[in-house]
Structures are given as structure tokens and as C-alpha cells.
Design a protein around this ligand. Structure first.
Ligand SMILES: [Zn+2]
Ligand SMILES: [Zn+2]
Ligand SMILES: [Zn+2]
Length: 379
């Protein structure tokens, strides 16, 4: 079959109602490198069907041509995030820039770290990718707005103004700060009239730009604290040694007790990440703590915040301590809750066991052993 004919057929299959046929067609398109295919793809890059656009954009970096690059840059502003991310990955490959590729990753934390990497080596060609990221999840928007300050390009002003009054107080504050840094007169005026979007320190109420504030989180409180440098230092000094130091979440930049930060992320960002993942197949579950898919037999009888967790993950969470041998207050809360439901943690098989199976230890503060482990130890 001639190349154009074959590409037409693939594009048709991309509009098929069956998911399998569409997936297979997308795979075939990804393996298309012939120059004769390019004009058809450029035309289909603005197709009204999202699946078509996504597959086309995903294969455009097969062509080392200026037209393909321009089509990818245009697709950065696609209304569908999936298409936009594919365009970022494509440009990243075409330009040989890993950070731009990362900005198109499906995982939020990778997109944020991709943006932060280019913050350290600003280059005018990053403007368009960054502007595209002003339409994404909030943590990405915040990182993109912050990085645009470093690029000092007034072309960013209208794009920032589009989202100036949207989102949380944090997004509004960073967009305002960037607009002021880029010299936008309206925003500078609003700020000096006292109608700006700065955020107050939760202790002294001083209004400050976002970059002058530190955020502090704790699983005991729902709200995130915003603190000026002085009150942040005061807060840190009051932390008891056994509670451990604070660590900054790599996604939302909130400072949490070290033991609450998992793979560099605070509990809020971990939870959000969990929701963004595919559901587990039948007969399996996704562990709320490790985010890995596990078999039912690995499921702990004790859940975490109402979500399923594996034996191993909940044991690790309980064992985690800022300063041995103290238990974290979260660990005590989990074990107390399990005990109230009739379960104790067997120290040997490291799983929660029903009270009737526990033969040593009567309280969660003691070393408990289940009958299985006890017999195994005796024989
Ligand atoms: Zn303060
Ligand atoms: Zn976070
Ligand atoms: Zn046991």
C-alpha cells in the first residue's frame, strides 16, 4: 500500500468507536517515519477528534522538519491537556531536552520538576512551553508563573493576565508577583492601592509576596500555615526533637514533618497522585501508601484514611520514626485505631492480627506475637 493511503487508513481507525482499534492505530502512527506521511499528519494535527490529535502529535517528532516543530508548538496550546503534554514530550525529543520532555509527563511531580530544571538555565525558547503550562494543575501553574519571572519576557504578560483572578490565593499571589516583576503597570498600581493578592503571615498578618513566605503543613491540621521568615524560624524552634525536622514537599513546597514526607511528597500531594492513577484490575488493589498494585492477600485489615493499604506499607509507616525509639504520633493513632477494631501488630510477621490470634502482648505499646509466629519460634 502507498504511504498516503496507509496513513489515511490509520487516521480513519483513530476515529473508530473501539478503543483497541484506536490504540492499535496510534501505535502504527507512532511507527510512521516516511516523509510522504507528513502533509497528512500536519493536516490532522488540528482534527476535531481528540484521539486523532493526540496520536498525530505523539508521532510528529518522527519528522525532523521545521513544519513538524511548528505544529508541535501550536499543539502546546491545545485545549486538551493530554495533547498539550504529548506536544511537550515531542518538542523535548526534537530539541534533545529532557526537561521539556518531563514537562509533558502524566505525573504531576515530573511536570513540576521539569519546569524547575529550566528555571536554572533560562532560555527564550522555553517561553512557549511555559506559557502552555499556565493551563494545567495548580502546582504546575505556580511553578510556570514563578519560572516566567526568570525569563523576563513581557510577552508573558497577557497570558498571565488571563489567569490573574483564577484559582487559589496562592496562584493569584504568584501570578501577581510575576506580573509585577515583568513590569505590568496595572498590577503594580493595584498592589500599591492595597488591592493586590499578597498573602498574610498567619502569625503577624503582614502581607507579603508568595516567595517571601514559607508554608507549613501538619496532618493534625487541615489548613496550611503561611509564615513570614521570622515566624517560620520561630515555628521551627518550637518543634520537639523527637518530632524531627521539617522537609519541603517537592511538588507544593510545603514544609512537613520529615516522617510525613513520602518519596519527596507531602500527604496532600501523595493523595492527589493516588487519585490520578489508574484503578487496580479485578482482584487487586492499589495501596494508598506505596501507590503500587497489590494482590488482595497483601491487603492489611487496617485501612488508612479509609483507603486500602498493604501489610508492608502500613508496617513501614508505623515503624518510621524521627528519632528512635519514639513512635510518631501518627503511628500511635494508627495502632490505637487498630486496637479499637480488635487488631494488634505482630512484631514477627509484621501484620495486623485479630486479638484472638495474639498470644504475647496485650497492648499496642508492647511487643506482640501471633500464634503462628509463636509456634514457628518454638519448634
Ligand atoms: Zn509573621
Ligand atoms: Zn505537597
Ligand atoms: Zn505473626
Amino acid at each position: 500500500m502507498q504511504v498516503p493511503q496507509r496513513v489515511e487508513e490509520i487516521l480513519d481507525h483513530l476515529r473508530d468507536p473501539s478503543f483497541e482499534i484506536r490504540q492499535d492505530a496510534a501505535r502504527k502512527l507512532k511507527g510512521t517515519y516516511e516523509d510522504e506521511a507528513l502533509p497528512l499528519l500536519l493536516h490532522a494535527a488540528t482534527d476535531e477528534d481528540m484521539d486523532v490529535r493526540l496520536a498525530v502529535v505523539d508521532s510528529l517528532n518522527n519528522f525532523k522538519s521545521q513544519e513538524a516543530e511548528e505544529a508541535l508548538i501550536q499543539a502546546l496550546f491545545d485545549e486538551e491537556w493530554e495533547v498539550k503534554w504529548a506536544a511537550l514530550r515531542g518538542l523535548g525529543s526534537l530539541w534533545g531536552e529532557t526537561h521539556i520532555r518531563k514537562m509533558g509527563d502524566k505525573l504531576l511531580e515530573k511536570r513540576v520538576s521539569g519546569i524547575e530544571a529550566i528555571e536554572k538555565k533560562p532560555n527564550p525558547k522555553y517561553i512557549k512551553p511555559l506559557l502552555a503550562m499556565l493551563d494545567d494543575e495548580e502546582e504546575v501553574q505556580v511553578a510556570a508563573a514563578r519560572t516566567l519571572t526568570r525569563l523576563r519576557d513581557p510577552d508573558a504578560i497577557p497570558h498571565l493576565k488571563d489567569i490573574q483572578n483564577e484559582g487559589s490565593k496562592e496562584l493569584r499571589a504568584i501570578v501577581e508577583e510575576t506580573l509585577i516583576n515583568l513590569g505590568d503597570i496595572d498590577t503594580i498600581r493595584a498592589q500599591s492601592n492595597g488591592s493586590g493578592a499578597q498573602i498574610a503571615c498567619d502569625v503577624c498578618q503582614q502581607m507579603l509576596p508568595l516567595s517571601f513566605l514559607k508554608k507549613v503543613g501538619s496532618w493534625r491540621e487541615d489548613d496550611i500555615l503561611y509564615l513570614c521568615q521570622f515566624h517560620y524560624e520561630e515555628h521551627v524552634e518550637k518543634i520537639q526533637p523527637f518530632e524531627g525536622k521539617l522537609k519541603t514537599c517537592k511538588v507544593c513546597k510545603t514544609n512537613w514533618p520529615k516522617t510525613d514526607v513520602n518519596e519527596g511528597m507531602c500527604p496532600n500531594c501523595r493523595e492527589k497522585r493516588y487519585y490520578s492513577m489508574d484503578p487496580a484490575p479485578e482482584g487487586q488493589f492499589r495501596c494508598f501508601l506505596s501507590h503500587k498494585v497489590r494482590y488482595e492477600r497483601d491487603k492489611s485489615p487496617i485501612d488508612f484514611k479509609g483507603f486500602p493499604v498493604s501489610h508492608r506499607s502500613i508496617y513501614q509507616l508505623i515503624q518510621q520514626s524521627a528519632k528512635a525509639p519514639f513512635l510518631t504520633s501518627q503511628a500511635i493513632k494508627i495502632m490505637q485505631g487498630a486496637f479499637d477494631k480488635g487488631y494488634l501488630m505482630c512484631e514477627q510477621c509484621r501484620t495486623f492480627q485479630p486479638l484472638k490470634k495474639i498470644v504475647k502482648g496485650e497492648d499496642f505499646r508492647e511487643e506482640c506475637v501471633c500464634d503462628n509466629c509463636d509456634q514457628r519460634g518454638a519448634s
